[in-house]
Design a protein. Structure first.
Length: 133
């Protein structure tokens, strides 16, 4: 579920939708439509799965030629209670924030907003995963 970008719209509020070219796997491609701001309500980004280990790791990167770099790494491992430990690592070009807002934003604020959003997303995702057993 977490490896499939097509499901992100259910737990990442800025995602309008994502079309994928098939099952998740090395080389699979996605087109993500995200709401960056009121100024940019629909931003299309092409992503490619650049690393995949079934049930362990998936990495997506922005495709060559995209105006703003993005890298998303989602890792999964069993925990001592029989559950799963998920790590979601995100890197992105902060210039996309200037594009979205129309003015520059200090890095400290970008980092705080990103951390806050990630915590919210992971809480939503946890609820979804726990409700589906």
């Amino acid at each position: 579920y977490v490896a499939d970008l097509g499901k992100d719209r259910f737990w990442r509020s800025e995602v309008n939708g994502t079309s994928v070219d098939g099952p998740v796997g090395l080389g699979s491609r996605a087109l993500e439509d995200s709401r960056l701001s009121k100024r940019v309500p629909s931003f299309l980004r092409r992503l490619i799965c650049t690393e995949f280990v079934d049930q362990q790791l998936v990495e997506y990167r922005s495709a060559v030629g995209e105006p703003y770099f993005l890298r998303s790494v989602r890792t999964f491992r069993a925990n001592e209670r029989g559950g799963t430990f998920l790590t979601y690592h995100l890197e992105f070009d902060s210039a996309v924030v200037r594009f979205a807002l129309g003015f520059p934003m200090p890095r400290i604020i970008i980092n705080w907003v990103t951390r806050t959003a990630m915590r919210r997303y992971l809480k939503i995702l946890k609820g979804i995963l726990e409700s589906h057993g």
